[in-house]
Design a protein around this ligand. Structure first.
Ligand code: IPM
Ligand code: MG
Length: 361
């Protein structure tokens, strides 16, 4: 099979971690008889440097021609990078928001799993994490505050900023359906997270989610207020299976969930539309402070490549092979610095990629 993969290496540690994921994909292709046909795409700061904007129309068109896009990370240090001297709509993050919207990637899947091998890196007490945890955060990605109207104006001599949070029932229904579909393949529990004690958008969210739930009688639905959810994630993360939530709550909760797994460098993500197309990226950011040092953890990107094989190409066996190889390398005691603990063998970014690729086939 020919896999047409768009590649956005991006900024910061992006190029280093994507290089390792491509190494692993190439090994999978070799072993299972596929061809990876990569198209390099510029986005974020890397695109600003060349084109003056974080995403061009041509890049969007190129991305649409691919079957899936694998991405590293975008953005730089807001204090020192010249990209942040630009107006907000020209900064690296605007490119990411635009590509999500252009490709209609409304469903963002962010799995947060505590690996047995990495329990030591988890900041929670052992009695809380005993038995591990495995949750899927389903974040709505193309609506809400991130895409609502915004402006900053002077009103009666007072600077005033507006951001509007809008959701319509169709937007809520399609992500809720995805959430329940995923729950059916997991432990059949959905926790829908909102702020229905205050926000109208959350009250509509709750109503539509309840309607969708009727179509999934096997799935247990519970509602949770977002502030309580932030607390429950550190108090008892085991209780969660699928967390279904809107854009900004999902942004915040997924960072929190990743932290309790021990390393954001381990967490993959997939952003999907109604078709098989998806954009796959690590949950973490561009980490400009460690860029170019060869110490970044490439595992989240490698696991994102596995999600790509599974969701966009239906290549489950190949995806399993990557996930098994990651587990094997961790079992053998190899660690990048972010997940290092006593008695383990510390390796650099490229060595981690070599080891994982070496365990395929
Ligand atoms: C993420 C990031 C982005 C977001 C930023 C870079 C715009 O934090 O993917 O979680 O908020 O969606
Ligand atoms: Mg985020």
């Amino acid at each position: 099979m020919v896999l047409r993969i768009g590649v956005i290496k991006g900024d910061g540690i992006g190029p280093e971690i994507v290089t390792e994921a491509m190494k692993v994909l190439d090994q999978v292709a070799k072993v299972y008889g596929h061809t990876c046909d990569y198209t390099q795409l510029l986005m974020g700061g890397a695109s600003i440097d060349v084109h003056g904007v974080p995403l061009t129309d041509e890049t969007v068109a190129e991305a649409k021609k691919c079957d899936a896009v694998l991405m590293g990370s975008i953005g730089g240090d807001a204090k020192t990078s010249p990209w942040y001297q630009l107006e907000p709509s020209k900064r690296p993050e605007a490119g990411l928001l635009r590509i999500r919207k252009e490709l209609n990637l409304f469903a963002n899947l962010r799995p947060a799993v505590l690996y047995d091998e990495l329990k030591g890196a988890c900041p929670l007490k052992e009695e809380i994490t005993e038995g591990g945890f495995d949750m899927m955060i389903m974040r709505e990605l193309t609506g809400g505050l991130y895409f609502g109207e915004r402006k900053t104006v002077e009103e009666n001599g007072v600077m005033t900023a507006y951001d509007s949070l809008t959701y319509n029932e169709h937007e809520i229904r399609r992500i809720a359906k995805r959430g329940f579909d995923i729950a059916m393949k997991r432990r059949k529990k959905v926790t829908s997270v909102d702020k229905a004690n205050v926000l109208d958008s959350s009250r509509l969210w709750r109503k539509v989610v309840e309607e969708v739930a009727l179509e999934y009688p096997e799935v247990t639905l519970e509602h949770m207020l977002v502030d309580n959810c932030a607390m429950q994630l550190v108090k008892d993360p085991k209780q969660f299976d699928v967390i279904l939530t809107e854009n900004m709550f999902g942004d915040i909760l997924s960072d929190e969930a990743s932290m309790v797994t021990g390393s954001i460098g381990m967490l993959a993500s997939a952003s999907l539309n109604e078709t098989k197309f998806g954009l796959y990226e690590p949950s973490g950011g561009s980490a400009p402070d460690i860029a170019g040092k060869g110490i970044a953890n490439p595992i989240a990107t490698i696991l994102s490549a596995a999600m790509m094989l599974r969701f966009s190409f239906d290549l489950d066996q190949e995806a399993d092979a990557i996930e098994d190889a990651v587990a094997k390398v961790l079992e053998e005691g190899y660690r990048t610095i972010d997940i290092m603990s006593e008695g383990k063998q510390q390796v650099r970014t490229d060595k981690m990629g070599d080891l994982i690729a070496g365990n395929i086939g």
